[in-house]
Write a protein that binds this ligand. Structure first.
Ligand code: NDP
Length: 485
Protein backbone atom coordinates (compact mmCIF):
# COMPACT_ATOMS: atom_id res chain seq x y z
CA UNK A 1 0.00 0.00 0.00
CA UNK A 2 1.29 3.47 -0.74
CA UNK A 3 0.29 6.58 1.05
CA UNK A 4 1.29 10.22 0.77
CA UNK A 5 4.34 11.59 2.50
CA UNK A 6 5.71 8.12 3.22
CA UNK A 7 9.02 8.52 5.09
CA UNK A 8 11.99 7.22 3.14
CA UNK A 9 13.97 5.58 5.95
CA UNK A 10 13.71 4.62 9.61
CA UNK A 11 15.52 7.47 11.33
CA UNK A 12 16.05 11.20 10.78
CA UNK A 13 19.43 12.32 12.10
CA UNK A 14 21.55 15.38 11.39
CA UNK A 15 19.13 16.72 8.79
CA UNK A 16 18.71 13.56 6.74
CA UNK A 17 17.04 10.19 6.62
CA UNK A 18 19.30 7.42 7.85
CA UNK A 19 18.90 3.66 7.64
CA UNK A 20 20.62 0.78 9.38
CA UNK A 21 18.98 -2.49 8.43
CA UNK A 22 20.99 -4.32 11.09
CA UNK A 23 18.38 -3.09 13.58
CA UNK A 24 15.41 -5.32 14.50
CA UNK A 25 12.67 -4.87 11.88
CA UNK A 26 9.42 -3.27 13.08
CA UNK A 27 6.40 -3.75 10.84
CA UNK A 28 4.05 -0.81 10.46
CA UNK A 29 0.51 -2.18 10.58
CA UNK A 30 -2.56 -0.32 9.38
CA UNK A 31 -5.06 -0.80 12.21
CA UNK A 32 -8.10 -0.58 9.94
CA UNK A 33 -7.12 -3.66 7.95
CA UNK A 34 -4.25 -5.39 9.76
CA UNK A 35 -2.12 -5.02 6.61
CA UNK A 36 1.61 -4.36 6.85
CA UNK A 37 2.09 -0.96 5.19
CA UNK A 38 5.73 -0.35 5.91
CA UNK A 39 8.76 -1.43 7.84
CA UNK A 40 11.29 0.45 9.93
CA UNK A 41 14.29 -0.80 11.84
CA UNK A 42 14.94 -0.35 15.53
CA UNK A 43 17.98 1.81 16.21
CA UNK A 44 21.26 -0.02 16.60
CA UNK A 45 23.85 1.27 19.10
CA UNK A 46 25.55 2.98 16.12
CA UNK A 47 22.33 4.86 15.26
CA UNK A 48 21.78 5.89 18.89
CA UNK A 49 25.33 7.19 19.02
CA UNK A 50 24.90 9.05 15.73
CA UNK A 51 21.71 10.74 16.95
CA UNK A 52 23.12 11.83 20.30
CA UNK A 53 26.34 13.04 18.68
CA UNK A 54 24.34 15.09 16.16
CA UNK A 55 22.09 16.59 18.86
CA UNK A 56 25.05 17.45 21.09
CA UNK A 57 27.03 18.98 18.22
CA UNK A 58 24.13 21.19 17.15
CA UNK A 59 23.10 22.41 20.60
CA UNK A 60 25.54 25.24 21.37
CA UNK A 61 25.05 27.03 18.05
CA UNK A 62 21.25 26.60 18.26
CA UNK A 63 21.20 28.07 21.78
CA UNK A 64 23.45 30.93 20.65
CA UNK A 65 20.91 32.08 18.06
CA UNK A 66 18.55 34.79 19.22
CA UNK A 67 15.11 33.72 20.38
CA UNK A 68 13.66 35.66 17.46
CA UNK A 69 15.68 33.59 15.00
CA UNK A 70 14.76 30.28 16.63
CA UNK A 71 11.14 31.35 16.90
CA UNK A 72 10.97 32.27 13.22
CA UNK A 73 12.05 28.74 12.29
CA UNK A 74 9.45 27.18 14.57
CA UNK A 75 6.71 29.42 13.17
CA UNK A 76 7.78 28.57 9.62
CA UNK A 77 7.52 24.89 10.55
CA UNK A 78 4.01 25.57 11.87
CA UNK A 79 3.04 27.11 8.54
CA UNK A 80 4.40 24.14 6.58
CA UNK A 81 2.58 21.74 8.87
CA UNK A 82 -0.71 23.55 8.29
CA UNK A 83 -0.18 23.66 4.51
CA UNK A 84 0.36 19.89 4.53
CA UNK A 85 -2.40 19.13 7.01
CA UNK A 86 -4.28 16.87 4.63
CA UNK A 87 -1.33 14.60 3.80
CA UNK A 88 -0.12 14.56 7.40
CA UNK A 89 -3.61 13.65 8.58
CA UNK A 90 -3.84 10.78 6.09
CA UNK A 91 -0.46 9.56 7.36
CA UNK A 92 -1.58 9.89 10.99
CA UNK A 93 -4.65 7.82 10.14
CA UNK A 94 -2.47 5.11 8.57
CA UNK A 95 -0.15 5.17 11.59
CA UNK A 96 -2.83 5.10 14.31
CA UNK A 97 -6.13 4.08 12.67
CA UNK A 98 -7.86 7.20 14.08
CA UNK A 99 -10.52 8.53 11.68
CA UNK A 100 -9.48 11.28 9.27
CA UNK A 101 -12.44 13.21 10.70
CA UNK A 102 -10.32 13.49 13.88
CA UNK A 103 -6.78 13.57 12.53
CA UNK A 104 -7.55 16.44 10.16
CA UNK A 105 -8.49 18.68 13.11
CA UNK A 106 -6.43 17.61 16.13
CA UNK A 107 -3.05 16.17 15.15
CA UNK A 108 -0.92 18.18 12.72
CA UNK A 109 -3.09 21.19 13.59
CA UNK A 110 -2.30 20.84 17.29
CA UNK A 111 1.37 20.24 16.45
CA UNK A 112 1.34 23.43 14.39
CA UNK A 113 -0.29 25.31 17.28
CA UNK A 114 2.55 24.25 19.59
CA UNK A 115 5.22 25.28 17.06
CA UNK A 116 3.51 28.62 16.53
CA UNK A 117 2.93 29.29 20.23
CA UNK A 118 6.45 28.43 21.40
CA UNK A 119 7.88 30.01 18.26
CA UNK A 120 6.19 33.24 19.33
CA UNK A 121 7.39 32.85 22.88
CA UNK A 122 11.06 32.12 22.04
CA UNK A 123 11.96 35.80 21.73
CA UNK A 124 10.34 36.65 25.07
CA UNK A 125 12.35 34.23 27.23
CA UNK A 126 14.39 36.28 29.63
CA UNK A 127 15.94 36.23 33.07
CA UNK A 128 15.38 38.69 35.89
CA UNK A 129 17.22 41.63 37.41
CA UNK A 130 17.29 41.61 41.21
CA UNK A 131 18.62 44.75 42.86
CA UNK A 132 20.44 44.26 46.20
CA UNK A 133 21.25 47.79 47.37
CA UNK A 134 24.04 48.90 45.05
CA UNK A 135 24.83 45.31 44.13
CA UNK A 136 22.67 43.15 41.99
CA UNK A 137 21.93 39.72 40.67
CA UNK A 138 20.71 38.80 37.27
CA UNK A 139 19.38 35.47 36.13
CA UNK A 140 19.91 33.92 32.74
CA UNK A 141 17.36 31.45 31.39
CA UNK A 142 19.52 28.79 29.76
CA UNK A 143 18.85 25.65 27.79
CA UNK A 144 19.23 22.27 29.48
CA UNK A 145 21.15 20.74 26.56
CA UNK A 146 19.94 17.61 24.76
CA UNK A 147 16.34 16.63 25.51
CA UNK A 148 15.04 13.13 24.93
CA UNK A 149 11.38 12.77 23.96
CA UNK A 150 9.69 9.37 24.20
CA UNK A 151 6.19 9.07 22.77
CA UNK A 152 3.07 6.93 23.18
CA UNK A 153 1.15 5.70 20.15
CA UNK A 154 -2.11 7.59 20.42
CA UNK A 155 -1.03 11.07 19.23
CA UNK A 156 2.32 10.60 17.45
CA UNK A 157 2.44 13.96 15.63
CA UNK A 158 1.08 15.92 18.57
CA UNK A 159 3.42 14.36 21.14
CA UNK A 160 6.49 14.88 18.90
CA UNK A 161 5.50 18.53 18.49
CA UNK A 162 4.39 19.25 22.06
CA UNK A 163 7.78 18.09 23.31
CA UNK A 164 9.86 19.49 20.47
CA UNK A 165 8.40 23.00 20.29
CA UNK A 166 9.14 24.18 23.86
CA UNK A 167 12.45 22.28 23.94
CA UNK A 168 13.69 23.98 20.77
CA UNK A 169 12.29 27.39 21.74
CA UNK A 170 14.49 27.27 24.86
CA UNK A 171 17.62 26.45 22.84
CA UNK A 172 17.75 22.70 23.45
CA UNK A 173 18.14 20.07 20.78
CA UNK A 174 16.06 16.90 20.75
CA UNK A 175 16.23 13.21 20.08
CA UNK A 176 12.71 11.81 19.83
CA UNK A 177 11.79 8.13 19.99
CA UNK A 178 8.25 7.37 18.84
CA UNK A 179 6.33 4.32 20.00
CA UNK A 180 7.21 1.26 17.93
CA UNK A 181 3.47 0.98 17.14
CA UNK A 182 3.33 4.36 15.35
CA UNK A 183 6.77 5.13 13.95
CA UNK A 184 5.89 7.27 10.91
CA UNK A 185 4.53 10.65 11.98
CA UNK A 186 7.42 11.96 14.10
CA UNK A 187 9.70 11.58 11.07
CA UNK A 188 7.53 14.15 9.31
CA UNK A 189 7.88 16.58 12.22
CA UNK A 190 11.67 16.24 11.96
CA UNK A 191 11.60 16.69 8.19
CA UNK A 192 9.42 19.80 8.42
CA UNK A 193 11.53 21.43 11.13
CA UNK A 194 14.64 20.87 9.00
CA UNK A 195 12.92 22.25 5.92
CA UNK A 196 11.85 25.30 7.94
CA UNK A 197 15.49 26.04 8.73
CA UNK A 198 16.32 24.16 11.93
CA UNK A 199 20.03 23.32 11.56
CA UNK A 200 21.00 19.67 11.09
CA UNK A 201 20.94 17.82 14.40
CA UNK A 202 18.51 20.14 16.17
CA UNK A 203 15.59 17.66 15.98
CA UNK A 204 16.32 13.98 15.41
CA UNK A 205 14.11 10.89 15.39
CA UNK A 206 15.22 7.34 16.10
CA UNK A 207 12.98 4.29 16.05
CA UNK A 208 13.04 1.57 18.58
CA UNK A 209 11.48 -0.75 21.05
CA UNK A 210 11.57 0.04 24.77
CA UNK A 211 15.24 -1.04 24.94
CA UNK A 212 16.23 1.84 22.66
CA UNK A 213 14.33 4.23 24.92
CA UNK A 214 16.10 2.76 27.94
CA UNK A 215 19.55 3.11 26.32
CA UNK A 216 18.80 6.74 25.46
CA UNK A 217 17.49 7.63 28.94
CA UNK A 218 20.65 6.44 30.65
CA UNK A 219 23.10 7.95 28.17
CA UNK A 220 25.10 10.74 29.87
CA UNK A 221 24.70 12.94 26.77
CA UNK A 222 20.97 13.30 27.56
CA UNK A 223 20.12 16.13 29.98
CA UNK A 224 16.35 15.85 30.14
CA UNK A 225 13.77 13.14 29.54
CA UNK A 226 10.17 13.84 28.59
CA UNK A 227 7.98 10.73 28.44
CA UNK A 228 4.38 10.25 27.40
CA UNK A 229 3.39 6.73 28.34
CA UNK A 230 1.93 4.47 30.98
CA UNK A 231 2.60 4.67 34.72
CA UNK A 232 4.69 1.43 34.81
CA UNK A 233 6.94 2.74 32.00
CA UNK A 234 7.04 6.10 33.77
CA UNK A 235 8.39 4.46 36.91
CA UNK A 236 11.21 2.78 34.98
CA UNK A 237 12.11 5.87 32.97
CA UNK A 238 11.95 8.17 36.02
CA UNK A 239 14.23 5.82 37.99
CA UNK A 240 16.73 5.58 35.13
CA UNK A 241 16.72 9.38 34.72
CA UNK A 242 17.18 9.80 38.47
CA UNK A 243 20.41 7.82 38.33
CA UNK A 244 21.82 10.64 36.21
CA UNK A 245 19.93 13.38 38.18
CA UNK A 246 18.25 14.37 34.91
CA UNK A 247 15.29 16.69 34.51
CA UNK A 248 12.05 14.88 33.71
CA UNK A 249 8.56 15.53 32.42
CA UNK A 250 6.22 12.57 32.88
CA UNK A 251 2.87 12.56 31.09
CA UNK A 252 1.38 9.29 32.24
CA UNK A 253 -1.92 7.44 32.39
CA UNK A 254 -5.21 8.13 34.12
CA UNK A 255 -8.57 6.83 35.30
CA UNK A 256 -10.30 10.14 35.50
CA UNK A 257 -13.69 10.85 37.08
CA UNK A 258 -16.46 12.66 35.24
CA UNK A 259 -19.29 13.70 37.59
CA UNK A 260 -22.73 14.44 36.15
CA UNK A 261 -25.20 16.06 38.54
CA UNK A 262 -28.99 15.88 38.18
CA UNK A 263 -29.17 19.55 37.18
CA UNK A 264 -26.73 19.18 34.25
CA UNK A 265 -27.82 19.93 30.71
CA UNK A 266 -28.42 16.34 29.59
CA UNK A 267 -27.37 16.78 25.97
CA UNK A 268 -24.12 18.51 26.94
CA UNK A 269 -23.39 15.91 29.61
CA UNK A 270 -23.85 13.10 27.08
CA UNK A 271 -21.58 14.98 24.65
CA UNK A 272 -18.94 15.32 27.38
CA UNK A 273 -19.14 11.62 28.21
CA UNK A 274 -18.81 10.70 24.52
CA UNK A 275 -15.83 13.04 24.01
CA UNK A 276 -14.27 11.75 27.22
CA UNK A 277 -14.64 8.05 26.40
CA UNK A 278 -14.93 7.37 22.69
CA UNK A 279 -12.83 9.95 20.86
CA UNK A 280 -9.83 8.15 19.29
CA UNK A 281 -11.62 4.90 20.17
CA UNK A 282 -11.04 5.70 23.82
CA UNK A 283 -7.25 5.83 23.48
CA UNK A 284 -6.81 9.16 25.26
CA UNK A 285 -4.88 9.49 28.52
CA UNK A 286 -7.14 12.14 30.04
CA UNK A 287 -10.40 10.30 29.36
CA UNK A 288 -13.12 10.52 32.00
CA UNK A 289 -13.76 6.80 32.15
CA UNK A 290 -15.40 6.70 35.58
CA UNK A 291 -18.66 8.46 34.84
CA UNK A 292 -20.46 9.17 38.12
CA UNK A 293 -24.12 9.91 37.31
CA UNK A 294 -26.46 11.23 40.02
CA UNK A 295 -29.40 8.91 40.51
CA UNK A 296 -32.11 11.33 39.34
CA UNK A 297 -30.62 11.66 35.86
CA UNK A 298 -29.22 8.15 35.41
CA UNK A 299 -31.98 6.55 33.32
CA UNK A 300 -32.32 9.55 31.02
CA UNK A 301 -28.52 9.71 30.66
CA UNK A 302 -28.16 6.04 29.71
CA UNK A 303 -31.08 6.18 27.29
CA UNK A 304 -29.79 9.28 25.48
CA UNK A 305 -26.22 7.97 25.47
CA UNK A 306 -27.33 4.74 23.77
CA UNK A 307 -29.26 6.71 21.15
CA UNK A 308 -26.28 8.90 20.40
CA UNK A 309 -23.86 5.95 20.24
CA UNK A 310 -26.07 4.32 17.64
CA UNK A 311 -25.24 7.33 15.43
CA UNK A 312 -21.50 6.59 15.51
CA UNK A 313 -20.33 5.83 11.98
CA UNK A 314 -17.89 2.94 12.28
CA UNK A 315 -15.96 2.31 9.09
CA UNK A 316 -12.99 3.12 6.89
CA UNK A 317 -11.08 5.73 8.87
CA UNK A 318 -9.86 7.43 5.70
CA UNK A 319 -13.48 8.23 4.81
CA UNK A 320 -14.18 11.70 6.24
CA UNK A 321 -17.68 10.58 7.23
CA UNK A 322 -16.36 7.88 9.60
CA UNK A 323 -16.55 8.99 13.22
CA UNK A 324 -15.26 5.90 15.04
CA UNK A 325 -12.22 3.85 14.04
CA UNK A 326 -10.24 0.80 15.13
CA UNK A 327 -7.95 0.27 18.10
CA UNK A 328 -4.29 0.93 17.36
CA UNK A 329 -3.18 -2.72 17.40
CA UNK A 330 -4.35 -6.30 17.80
CA UNK A 331 -2.60 -6.34 21.18
CA UNK A 332 -4.43 -3.27 22.46
CA UNK A 333 -7.73 -4.67 21.19
CA UNK A 334 -7.09 -7.90 23.10
CA UNK A 335 -6.23 -6.01 26.29
CA UNK A 336 -9.51 -4.09 26.04
CA UNK A 337 -11.49 -7.27 25.28
CA UNK A 338 -10.00 -8.72 28.47
CA UNK A 339 -11.34 -5.75 30.46
CA UNK A 340 -14.80 -6.10 28.87
CA UNK A 341 -14.88 -9.76 29.91
CA UNK A 342 -13.76 -8.79 33.42
CA UNK A 343 -16.52 -6.18 33.65
CA UNK A 344 -19.11 -8.83 32.84
CA UNK A 345 -17.54 -11.40 35.20
CA UNK A 346 -17.50 -8.93 38.08
CA UNK A 347 -21.20 -8.12 37.64
CA UNK A 348 -21.33 -4.81 35.80
CA UNK A 349 -24.37 -4.43 33.50
CA UNK A 350 -23.46 -4.17 29.82
CA UNK A 351 -25.77 -1.58 28.31
CA UNK A 352 -24.07 -0.94 24.96
CA UNK A 353 -21.55 -2.67 22.68
CA UNK A 354 -19.08 -5.15 24.13
CA UNK A 355 -18.13 -6.95 20.92
CA UNK A 356 -15.78 -6.72 17.99
CA UNK A 357 -17.12 -5.07 14.86
CA UNK A 358 -17.65 -7.51 12.00
CA UNK A 359 -14.94 -6.23 9.66
CA UNK A 360 -11.17 -6.59 9.24
CA UNK A 361 -8.77 -4.68 11.44
CA UNK A 362 -8.90 -4.07 15.16
CA UNK A 363 -12.38 -2.64 15.66
CA UNK A 364 -14.28 -2.79 18.95
CA UNK A 365 -17.75 -1.37 19.52
CA UNK A 366 -18.15 1.62 21.81
CA UNK A 367 -18.98 -0.10 25.10
CA UNK A 368 -20.90 1.12 28.15
CA UNK A 369 -21.25 -0.61 31.52
CA UNK A 370 -23.77 0.61 34.11
CA UNK A 371 -24.13 -0.29 37.81
CA UNK A 372 -20.35 -0.29 38.12
CA UNK A 373 -19.03 -0.21 41.68
CA UNK A 374 -15.84 1.42 42.92
CA UNK A 375 -14.01 -1.85 43.56
CA UNK A 376 -14.52 -3.37 40.09
CA UNK A 377 -11.43 -3.75 37.91
CA UNK A 378 -12.98 -1.65 35.13
CA UNK A 379 -13.40 1.19 37.64
CA UNK A 380 -9.84 0.99 38.95
CA UNK A 381 -7.48 0.25 36.05
CA UNK A 382 -6.74 2.30 32.97
CA UNK A 383 -8.29 0.41 30.02
CA UNK A 384 -7.20 2.72 27.18
CA UNK A 385 -10.06 1.70 24.91
CA UNK A 386 -13.72 2.54 24.24
CA UNK A 387 -15.13 1.32 27.55
CA UNK A 388 -17.19 3.65 29.75
CA UNK A 389 -17.99 2.71 33.34
CA UNK A 390 -21.13 4.40 34.73
CA UNK A 391 -21.33 4.57 38.53
CA UNK A 392 -24.29 5.83 40.60
CA UNK A 393 -24.07 8.47 43.31
CA UNK A 394 -26.41 10.24 45.75
CA UNK A 395 -24.81 13.62 46.50
CA UNK A 396 -21.68 15.74 46.29
CA UNK A 397 -20.36 14.85 49.74
CA UNK A 398 -20.49 11.16 48.89
CA UNK A 399 -19.10 11.35 45.36
CA UNK A 400 -16.03 13.55 45.91
CA UNK A 401 -13.97 11.10 48.00
CA UNK A 402 -14.95 8.32 45.60
CA UNK A 403 -13.88 10.41 42.59
CA UNK A 404 -10.50 11.07 44.22
CA UNK A 405 -9.97 7.50 45.43
CA UNK A 406 -7.42 6.57 42.77
CA UNK A 407 -3.65 6.56 42.41
CA UNK A 408 -4.08 8.57 39.20
CA UNK A 409 -4.61 12.34 38.98
CA UNK A 410 -4.51 13.32 35.34
CA UNK A 411 -7.93 14.85 34.67
CA UNK A 412 -11.45 15.24 36.08
CA UNK A 413 -14.71 16.80 34.93
CA UNK A 414 -18.05 17.99 36.25
CA UNK A 415 -21.34 18.77 34.54
CA UNK A 416 -23.77 20.94 36.53
CA UNK A 417 -25.69 24.19 36.14
CA UNK A 418 -24.87 25.19 39.74
CA UNK A 419 -22.07 27.73 39.42
CA UNK A 420 -20.66 27.57 42.93
CA UNK A 421 -20.86 23.81 43.05
CA UNK A 422 -18.95 23.58 39.74
CA UNK A 423 -16.01 25.57 41.11
CA UNK A 424 -16.11 23.85 44.51
CA UNK A 425 -15.95 20.45 42.82
CA UNK A 426 -13.12 21.57 40.50
CA UNK A 427 -11.18 22.82 43.54
CA UNK A 428 -11.76 19.51 45.30
CA UNK A 429 -10.54 17.32 42.44
CA UNK A 430 -7.10 15.76 42.93
CA UNK A 431 -6.16 16.14 39.27
CA UNK A 432 -3.96 18.35 37.15
CA UNK A 433 -6.43 19.11 34.37
CA UNK A 434 -10.11 19.77 35.21
CA UNK A 435 -13.17 20.55 33.12
CA UNK A 436 -16.48 22.27 33.92
CA UNK A 437 -19.30 21.52 31.45
CA UNK A 438 -16.78 20.37 28.83
CA UNK A 439 -14.24 17.56 28.49
CA UNK A 440 -10.83 16.81 26.95
CA UNK A 441 -9.99 20.23 25.54
CA UNK A 442 -6.20 20.63 25.28
CA UNK A 443 -5.33 24.01 23.75
CA UNK A 444 -1.66 24.92 23.70
CA UNK A 445 -2.38 28.07 25.72
CA UNK A 446 -3.25 26.10 28.90
CA UNK A 447 -0.91 23.91 31.00
CA UNK A 448 -1.59 20.18 30.61
CA UNK A 449 -0.44 17.43 32.94
CA UNK A 450 -1.17 15.22 35.90
CA UNK A 451 -0.88 15.07 39.65
CA UNK A 452 -0.37 11.99 41.86
CA UNK A 453 0.93 9.07 39.77
CA UNK A 454 -0.24 10.59 36.49
CA UNK A 455 2.82 12.68 36.08
CA UNK A 456 5.42 15.28 36.84
CA UNK A 457 5.73 18.64 35.13
CA UNK A 458 3.46 20.35 32.63
CA UNK A 459 3.27 20.51 28.87
CA UNK A 460 1.96 23.47 26.89
CA UNK A 461 1.57 27.12 27.93
CA UNK A 462 4.33 29.18 29.52
CA UNK A 463 4.45 26.50 32.26
CA UNK A 464 6.35 24.21 29.86
CA UNK A 465 9.23 26.70 29.64
CA UNK A 466 10.21 25.99 33.25
CA UNK A 467 10.60 22.32 32.35
CA UNK A 468 12.83 22.90 29.32
CA UNK A 469 15.19 25.54 30.73
CA UNK A 470 17.18 26.31 33.85
CA UNK A 471 18.07 29.50 35.64
CA UNK A 472 21.59 30.66 36.29
CA UNK A 473 22.04 33.37 38.94
CA UNK A 474 24.89 35.83 38.42
CA UNK A 475 25.91 37.94 41.48
CA UNK A 476 27.49 41.31 40.75
CA UNK A 477 29.38 43.31 43.42
CA UNK A 478 29.73 47.02 42.54
CA UNK A 479 32.02 48.01 45.43
CA UNK A 480 34.93 46.54 47.39
CA UNK A 481 34.64 43.05 48.81
CA UNK A 482 35.26 42.38 52.53
CA UNK A 483 36.67 39.11 53.79
CA UNK A 484 37.33 37.93 57.42
CA UNK A 485 41.10 37.79 56.94
P1 NDP B 1 4.07 2.71 27.10
O1 NDP B 1 4.30 3.20 28.47
O2 NDP B 1 4.00 1.27 26.84
O3 NDP B 1 5.22 3.27 26.13
C1 NDP B 1 5.50 4.66 26.02
C2 NDP B 1 6.85 4.83 25.33
O4 NDP B 1 7.91 4.42 26.19
C3 NDP B 1 6.99 3.98 24.06
O5 NDP B 1 7.71 4.74 23.09
C4 NDP B 1 7.80 2.81 24.55
O6 NDP B 1 8.49 2.17 23.53
C5 NDP B 1 8.74 3.48 25.53
N1 NDP B 1 9.33 2.59 26.53
C6 NDP B 1 8.85 1.42 27.00
N2 NDP B 1 9.66 0.92 27.96
C7 NDP B 1 10.68 1.81 28.09
C8 NDP B 1 11.86 1.88 28.93
N3 NDP B 1 12.13 0.94 29.83
N4 NDP B 1 12.67 2.95 28.81
C9 NDP B 1 12.40 3.92 27.91
N5 NDP B 1 11.31 3.92 27.09
C10 NDP B 1 10.47 2.87 27.19
O7 NDP B 1 2.76 3.46 26.63
P2 NDP B 1 1.89 3.23 25.33
O8 NDP B 1 2.69 3.54 24.12
O9 NDP B 1 1.23 1.90 25.46
O10 NDP B 1 0.80 4.40 25.50
C11 NDP B 1 -0.31 4.29 26.31
C12 NDP B 1 -0.07 4.94 27.66
O11 NDP B 1 0.35 6.28 27.50
C13 NDP B 1 -1.32 5.01 28.49
O12 NDP B 1 -1.08 4.64 29.83
C14 NDP B 1 -1.71 6.46 28.45
O13 NDP B 1 -2.48 6.87 29.52
C15 NDP B 1 -0.40 7.14 28.35
N6 NDP B 1 -0.55 8.44 27.74
C16 NDP B 1 -0.42 9.57 28.52
C17 NDP B 1 -0.61 10.81 27.99
C18 NDP B 1 -0.44 12.04 28.83
O14 NDP B 1 -0.24 13.11 28.27
N7 NDP B 1 -0.50 11.97 30.14
C19 NDP B 1 -0.98 10.99 26.59
C20 NDP B 1 -1.05 9.76 25.85
C21 NDP B 1 -0.85 8.54 26.43
P3 NDP B 1 7.79 0.94 22.76
O15 NDP B 1 6.47 1.41 22.31
O16 NDP B 1 8.69 0.66 21.65
O17 NDP B 1 7.71 -0.16 23.78
Amino acid sequence: MTYPTQPTASHFIGGKYVEDTAGTPIDVIYPATGEVIGRVHSATPAIIDQALTAARAAQAAWAAMTGTERGRILRRAADIMRERNHDLSVLETFDTGKPYQETSVVDATSGADALEYFGGMAATLTGQHIQLGEDWVYTRREALGVCLGIGAWNYPTQIASWKGAPALACGNTMVFKPSETTPLCALKVAEILFEAGAPAGVYNVVQGLGDVGAALVSDPRVDKVSLTGSVPTGRKVYAAAAAGIKHVTMELGGKSPLIIFDDADLENAVSGAILGNFYSSGQVCSNGTRVFVQKGIKDAFLARLSERLADALIGDPQDPATSFGPMVSARQMEIVQGYIAKGQDEGARLVYGGDRVARGGFYLQPTVFADVTDDMTIAREEIFGPVMAVLDFEDEAEVMPRANDTEFGLAAGVFTRDLTRAHRVAAGFEAGTCYINTYNDAPVEAPFGGSKQSGVGRENASAAIAHYSQLKSVYVRMGDLEAPF
